[in-house]
Design a protein around this ligand. Structure first.
Ligand SMILES: CC(C)(COP(=O)(O)OP(=O)(O)OC[C@H]1O[C@@H](n2cnc3c(N)ncnc32)[C@H](O)[C@@H]1OP(=O)(O)O)[C@@H](O)C(=O)NCCC(=O)NCCS
Length: 185
């Protein structure tokens, strides 16, 4: 049986190992990885089967140009031995539902439209958005949780989440107190 639950601190090593298997070590050079670096996620889910983490998905708070709040979804990965059993889709559906319940209006990601299109992601409203590291054209996708949330979206996508270094300074990070609670629009 597969369980999808919130990631716990103790899951971090298994999650990173899974991401290495799924994407290779070059994953750290991807545009969205650069944007996420040093930030705390707004949401972190894992798929667990017989006590082992077989899937991971995280979302990050961003500004989708000119003060427009959104989430950046990714990375999503399922262990190669567990793929094509619906785990990636289950993680996507749960993340999108959680984001909607928390009041987020739009989700962005960098990925294949042939996979993410089935969850409502398209490049229709992302052409005028830019991202550090310049993802390949057509791979920056958006999904509106509220109709019109990405109308006229333009400008740079910037990370807005709490910085990881705040942990070292002894602050209790916002993301651990209230996962998926959006910033005021
Ligand atoms: C993408 C990924 C998360 C899907 O997880 P999963 O648990 O196998 O997904 P599901 O079982 O829910 O869905 C499988 C379907 O997605 C399709 N799919 C998987 N990767 C795809 C891709 N990059 N493009 C298009 N379709 C893809 C499969 O062909 C399958 O199609 P089907 O339902 O018609 O048979 C997983 O394959 C993975 O971790 N891949 C490695 C990371 C990666 O390459 N990510 C790139 C995605 S942009």
């Amino acid at each position: 049986m597969i369980t999808i639950r919130q990631e716990r601190p103790v899951d971090a090593i298994a999650r990173e190992a899974l991401l290495d298997v799924a994407y290779g070590s070059e994953r750290h050079a991807k545009p969205s990885a650069k944007l996420r670096k040093g930030r705390l996620p707004a949401a972190a889910l894992v798929a667990v089967e017989r006590g082992r983490i077989v899937g991971t998905l995280r979302c990050w708070p961003v500004e989708a140009g000119h003060g427009r709040p959104a989430l950046l979804l990714g990375p999503l990965a399922v262990h190669p031995a567990a793929q094509k059993r619906g785990i990636g889709s289950a993680l996507m559906r749960r993340a999108i539902a959680d984001a909607g319940r928390a009041g987020h209006k739009a989700i962005l990601l960098v990925g294949d439209a042939s996979f993410y299109g089935r969850f409502g992601f398209t490049a229709e409203k992302t052409a005028a958005l830019t991202m550090r590291g310049r993802p390949d054209p057509g791979r920056l996708l958006g999904c509106e949780l509220v109709a019109g949330a990405l109308d006229g979206a333009d400008g740079a996508i910037r990370a807005t989440g709490e910085r990881e270094s705040m942990r070292i300074l002894g602050h209790r990070p916002l993301a651990s107190r209230a996962r998926l609670v959006p910033r005021a629009a």
